[in-house]
Every structure is written in C-alpha cells, then in structure tokens.
Design a protein around this ligand. Structure first.
Ligand SMILES: [Zn+2]
Length: 172
C-alpha cells in the first residue's frame, strides 16, 4: 500500500508537493507547484541519477535542481496518450515554459496514418504555454483532474526514463 502526503516542496516552497511513500524507504515527490519531481534514489552520485541524466534532453538536464538535502529534482514529463502531454519548451534555464498539448480523438479519415489501434493524437495546434509555477494549470488544461479513469493524478505522471520525452536526447 502506498501512502500519499502533501508536503512542502524544497525546490519552490509550494505546499502542493505530493509525496508518495512506496515503502522500503522509497519515496517519490511530485510538486504540483513547480512541476519538478524527485525520489529517494536521486541523490548525489547515485547510479539511478546518472541513468536518468543520460536520457534527459539538454534543457531538462540544465534545469535539474539540488536541494539542501542533496536530493536532485528534475522537471517531470507527462505523457498520457488519451489526455495529453506536458513538456518543457524553451531555449535556456532563463527562458522556458511548460507546454501542454491536449490529446484529441483521431478523425476517421486520418486513422490510416497512425499505428493500428490508436485512438488519440496530440493536438499540437492547441499547445498552450504556462509559467513555471503554473504547472498545475497545465495539468488542468489537459484534463488530468477531471478524468474519472485517473482518480490519482500521480498515476499519469512519469519520472525520468520511465517516460518518453517529446524532444530528442541531446547528442552532447
Ligand atoms: Zn516545487
């Protein structure tokens, strides 16, 4: 059984940091205030952290934040085929926003352009951008909170390499 708590985010200070205790000292924190996420394995020099950093796009890597407990936070990625996705859009750590793209049903006449069985596609025409601290608005925009199939918003949130990134990993 996992147990969820709201705590204060050590990155942005918001009190909308959602902590999931998965037992065995393993905890995931996901801040709805700033959209960053960490877990107890993401500490300095940990192999887990290194593996995460390897697959992160450059801008995500630059945005990784270390808190006073040597815990590393990275921007979260939302990629839910039936709701939409949220990703970071920007050119540098001083110039970025959350971009949210809702998913829409694939029109009948376009179905042959998608893998068999696909029902939804990302509606890139309706991508909306949100400020860093408005991450929760971005979640709301793609409907994370009003889908009865997703009672726990945390379940559609991926951490690091378990999610896929809309932008390709850097070649550096
Ligand atoms: Zn935060």
């Amino acid at each position: 059984m996992s147990k969820d708590n709201l705590t204060t985010c050590s990155r942005c200070g918001s009190d909308a940091c959602y902590e999931t205790d998965l037992g065995a000292d393993y905890k995931i924190s996901m801040c709805y205030g700033c959209g960053f996420t960490t877990n107890t394995l993401m500490t300095h020099d940990s192999q887990f952290l290194e593996e995460q950093l390897e697959v992160l796009p450059e801008l995500y890597k630059d945005l990784v934040y270390k808190d006073e407990k040597d815990q590393y936070w990275m921007p979260s990625t939302i990629n839910n085929p039936e709701q939409g996705m949220i990703f970071i859009d920007g050119t540098s750590t001083d110039d970025w926003q959350w971009a949210a793209s809702p998913a829409i049903e694939i029109p009948e006449d376009e179905k042959d352009r998608f893998p068999e069985g696909s029902t939804h596609k990302m509606d890139m025409k309706n991508v909306k951008r949100f400020k860093e601290r408005d991450f929760i608005e971005a979640l709301d925009y793609i409907g994370v909170f009003n889908n009865p199939d997703t009672p726990d918003p945390g379940s559609s949130i991926n951490i690091g390499s378990t999610g896929s990134y809309p932008s390709p990993p850097s070649e550096k």
